[in-house]
Ligand binder design. Structure first.
Ligand code: SAH
Length: 289
């Protein structure tokens, strides 16, 4: 159900909705960006109550419940524009991400198609269609990999992105001038979403995505290897990952927390630690071979 009005009916709509069982309420109203920069929804403040105009997307588990809620709201607020929408179940994950907004990480801004910044300044904008592929910029590990990548000179380098998800890190490297970028993922849905997002960006012709488990079908070694996986996989597959980094190359690792970092470092003991970032208890490392 989509409800919209240009006044402050929020309180009444909230009260009416609480008699039913909405499973999610997304506030889609346009509002200016805060002066400090782009609004990252993983970091409050989200205004409460949200400022008008009211523009909400409210999801229910079944159409009957939705219709009863819509009728109750219409009765009290006849001027409110209400649209009843049926969503296929499989769209749920993507729909639930529609309230995502653009996020800054290092030299990059990750933006969903509905929130592309008009004036990104000196930032490199990467447009990502949120879907099943992990990597919308709303996870600390993705942002830290992008921050580390911002400090690495990728010009003319070959780059390998192990577990590319949405393709975000591959696109970042390609946009910053890498010579050749290969993004691999074991999950076909992730590669499909990476290819969809790649079409939303003006990318150089240097990027390739492939459905591969890097442990069983190792791609060619690269100057820079990005691996935002899990602590367990990084540790157990350290030998295969290390072999994919060319001599003196850089390795960017994330996907693990403070309790795992020593184990990850021990698994890559032949590398030298160059940089360490930490956010929300997650860690990212830049290592050099
Ligand atoms: N690089 C993105 C996504 C990280 S999520 C980002 O930084 O936001 C990790 C991804 O690794 C998932 O999409 C998962 O499917 C993939 N993955 C996990 N194990 C893998 C393996 N052995 N080979 C290839 N991809 C793998």
């Amino acid at each position: 159900m989509r409800a919209g009005a240009i006044d402050d009916s929020e309180d009444l709509v909230s009260a009416l909705l609480s008699d039913f069982s909405p499973v999610a309420i997304h506030d889609l109203a346009d509002r200016p960006l805060p002066p400090g920069g782009l609004w990252d929804p993983t970091y409050p403040p989200i205004p409460d109550p949200p400022p008008s105009p009211l523009h909400w997307n409210v999801c229910f588990n079944d159409a009957g419940e939705r219709d009863r809620a819509a009728d109750a709201i219409h009765e009290q607020l006849p001027h409110l524009a209400i649209e009843r929408v049926d969503l296929p179940d499989e769209d749920w994950a993507a729909r639930s991400q529609q309230s995502l907004t653009a996020v800054r990480a290092g030299a990059f801004i990750i933006a969903p198609p509905w929130d592309i910044p008009a004036d990104p300044g000196d930032a490199t904008v990467i447009v990502i269609e949120p879907s099943m592929g992990f990597g919308t910029g709303h996870h600390a590990t993705t942002r830290m990999c992008l921050r580390l990548l911002s400090d690495i000179d990728v010009t003319d380098a070959t780059v390998l992105d192990l577990g590319t998800g949405s393709g975000v890190l591959s696109m970042a490297a390609a946009l910053r001038g890498a010579r050749a970028v290969v993004g691999v993922d074991v999950d076909q849905d992730a590669i499909d979403s990476a290819e969809t997002s790649a079409r939303l960006n003006t990318l150089p012709d240097t990027i390739t995505f492939a459905v591969i488990d890097f442990r069983h079908a190792p791609p060619a070694a690269a100057d820079i290897v990005l691996a935002n996986l899990t602590g367990g996989m990084l540790t157990s597959s350290a030998a295969s990952i290390a072999a994919l980094v060319r001599p003196h190359g850089q390795l960017v690792l994330s996907g693990f927390d403070h309790t795992e970092v020593d184990r990850v470092l021990a698994a890559f003991a032949t590398f030298t630690e160059r940089q360490r970032l930490s956010e929300d208890n997650w860690i990212a490392l830049q290592l050099q071979k």
